[in-house]
Design a protein around this ligand. Structure first.
Ligand SMILES: Nc1nc2c(ncn2[C@@H]2O[C@H](COP(=O)(O)OP(=O)(O)OP(=O)(O)O)[C@@H](O)[C@H]2O)c(=O)[nH]1
Length: 188
C-alpha cells in the first residue's frame, strides 16, 4: 500500500462480539474472498491479544468510521450492539461518529435469530444505515463499506475534521481490528 497514490487514507474500525464475523467480513471486502481457515487463525490471534491489558482508546481515536457488527444468527450479539454503541460514543473522535450497523451471516437464513425489522428499527433509532451482509456470498459487504466511506468522506469534505481528529474523552475499552481503506481520487 505504501507506493499507492491516494488522497485520503480512511481508517475504519469493525467492532462487535467475538465470532460475529468481523475478520471474515473485512477479508471479503479487501480480497473479495471467503477464507475460513485464515479467519480462524486470525480469530485466535485476536482473542489472545485481548487478554493482554493495553490501552486501546487509540483504536477509537484513530478510526474515522465504524462498522458496528452483529451476527444475524445470534440474538445476544444483537442485544450487545447497545453496549458496543455506548463504548463507541464514549471513546470515538466526536459525539456523533460515522457508523454503519451491519448484520452478518445473512446466508444462514434457516438459522436467522434477529428479525430484519428489529435491526432496522434500532438503526433508525440511532439514525444510521443498516445492511444485512454475508461474507460467504458477498452480499452487501461492499455496499456497507462504501456507504460508510461516503459518510466519512462527506464529513472530511465539509472540513469537520479540520485535518485532524479530536482527542478521545473516555477510558480504555476492548476493541477489535482496524482496517485501513485507501481511497484513490484523481485530481481533475
Ligand atoms: N456462514 C457464514 N459464516 C461466517 C460468515 N462470516 C463469518 N463466518 C464464520 O463465523 C466464524 C467467526 O468469524 P470471524 O471472522 O473469526 O469472527 P470475528 O468477529 O472476527 O471473531 P473474533 O476474532 O473472535 O472477534 C468463522 O467460523 C467464520 O467462518 C458469513 O457471512 N457466513
Amino acid at each position: 500500500m505504501a507506493d499507492w497514490d491516494y488522497d485520503y487514507l480512511i481508517k475504519l474500525l469493525a467492532l462487535g462480539d467475538s465470532g460475529v464475523g468481523k475478520t471474515t467480513f473485512l477479508h471479503r471486502y479487501t480480497d473479495n474472498k471467503f477464507n475460513r481457515k485464515f479467519t480462524t487463525t486470525v480469530g485466535i490471534d485476536f482473542r489472545e491479544k485481548r487478554v493482554v491489558p493495553q490501552p486501546t482508546t487509540a483504536f477509537f481515536r484513530d478510526a474515522m468510521g465504524f462498522l458496528l457488527m452483529f451476527d444475524l444468527t445470534n440474538q445476544q450479539s444483537f442485544l450487545n450492539v447497545r453496549s458496543w454503541m455506548s463504548q463507541l460514543q464514549a471513546n470515538a473522535y466526536c459525539d456523533s461518529p460515522d457508523i454503519v450497523l451491519v448484520g452478518t451471516k445473512a446466508d444462514l437464513r434457516h438459522m436467522k435469530d434477529v428479525h430484519s425489522r428489529q435491526a432496522r428499527n434500532l438503526a433508525d433509532r440511532y439514525g444510521i444505515p443498516y445492511f444485512e451482509t454475508s461474507a460467504v456470498t458477498g452480499v452487501d459487504v461492499d455496499q456497507a463499506v462504501t456507504t460508510l466511506l461516503d459518510l466519512v468522506m462527506k464529513r472530511m469534505e465539509q472540513s469537520t475534521y479540520g485535518g485532524r481528529v479530536s482527542e478521545p474523552n473516555g477510558s480504555p475499552v476492548a476493541s477489535n481490528e482496524v482496517e485501513e481503506a485507501p481511497v484513490r481520487r484523481r485530481c481533475c
